[in-house]
Design a protein around this ligand. Structure first.
Ligand code: ATP
Ligand code: MG
Length: 336
């Protein structure tokens, strides 16, 4: 039986400005089970980072969570004070950002930075923290960790810096690691190494990972399940295997058709027409309708709900998907 770690229900994060309301996260339901890797994939601007910042209660101004709940082990994070959240960040949930330098202080040695992170969360001496920081550097595969610990970030390569950031994120044994495009700034070989490292550490530490990426190749390599986001909503959710075997939403199909396939004679790649709408655009119908090859009148008039099929083994938000008659509405978005 899978045990629920994080449960997001009906999450809406909006930017309320003079020129209108930007619905950057617009009614998301998402469950992360203990120990699994869940991917969130979608084009730039679809709301992936805002979803992860919402979980950590770090949405920048003028953004605000206006509806929904985010429960970690049953405890709603949306109602927490900043002080309570500080204890949760780092101890229960850690985050790795795309660019390692945003999380590193350029003028402090990496060993000291890891030790400081450990001491911010655990009552141990400086000396113990220093020893543990070297252990962490070893754990993330940094050669000669005693030497490297004494160096400042600029003395390390990009891949090594990202390993240091991972070491910092893991130093306090989080139950959930949110990795927001952790490998996009790295070259492909280093990217694979970092993904493999994260997978190994995840098993070792029995941690769940929320893996945010625009790269379906990375999803295939690293995720158990995946949620496809479009314009602040989830349009398809399934196991990674099912998603690649049989994508169901026209947007997911479009994403898959625009990347090269392995082990197949390459047909021509077909980039998707159009672009993602601004979160400030009002929609009465499906947000994907004007880019969709299947769109009919209903798609421009009514908003489709996320519907679960085959005992909830996958969910699709599309009027034109009707594989089974057992579809069950699971959407909160339609209440908006
Ligand atoms: N301060 C802000 N004010 C208004 N809108 C914002 C602000 N910050 C972000 N947005 C908008 O929120 C939407 C979602 O942004 P988000 O950063 O979550 O996208 P993303 O899916 O992470 O994209 P990427 O793949 O480029 O990282 C975008 O349309 C973005 O323009
Ligand atoms: Mg982002």
């Amino acid at each position: 039986m899978k045990e629920t770690l994080l449960e997001i229900e009906g999450l809406k994060t909006h930017f309320i400005t003079k020129k209108g309301t930007g619905r950057v996260v617009d009614g998301i339901d998402l469950t992360v089970y203990k120990g699994e890797t869940l991917g969130i994939v979608g084009e730039s601007g679809c709301g992936k980072s805002m979803t992860s910042l919402s979980i950590l209660q770090l949405v920048p101004e003028p953004g605000k969570i206006v509806a929904g709940s985010i429960k970690l082990n049953g405890d709603d994070l949306v109602t927490k004070t900043e002080k309570q959240m500080q204890a949760i960040r780092g101890n229960h949930i850690s985050m790795i950002f795309q660019e390692p330098m945003t999380s590193l202080n350029p003028v402090i040695t990496v060993g000291e930075q890891i030790a400081e992170t450990i001491r911010a969360h655990q009552p141990i001496s400086r000396k113990e923290a220093r020893i543990k920081s070297i252990e962490m550097l070893r754990l993330v595969g940094i050669p000669s960790p005693e030497e490297r610990a004494k160096q400042e970030p600029y003395q390390l390569s990009g891949g090594m810096r990202q390993r240091v950031v991972i070491a910092m994120a893991l130093a306090c044994n989080p139950e959930l690691l949110i990795a927001d495009e952790p490998t996009t700034a790295l070259d492909v070989t280093i990217q694979s190494q970092i993904i493999k490292l994260m997978k190994d550490l995840q098993k070792e530490l029995n941690m769940a990972v929320l893996f945010i990426t625009h790269d379906l190749g990375v999803v295939a390599e690293s995720c158990d399940r995946v949620a496809v986001m479009y314009a602040g909503e989830i349009v398809e959710k399934s196991t990674t295997e099912e998603l690649f075997r049989k994508p169901k939403h026209p947007y997911t199909k479009g994403l898959l058709d625009s990347i090269p396939k392995i082990n197949e004679v390459q047909e021509e790649l077909t980039p998707m027409k159009g672009s993602i709408p601004s979160p400030f655009t009002e929609h009465s119908g499906c947000k994907f309708a004007d880019r969709c090859p299947l769109a009919t009148d209903i798609c421009f008039e009514q908003h489709p709900s996320l519907v679960a099929y085959e005992n909830d083994s996958y969910q699709v938000r599309c009027f034109h998907y009707n594989e089974s008659t057992s579809g069950k509405d699971v959407g909160h978005a339609k209440q908006s």
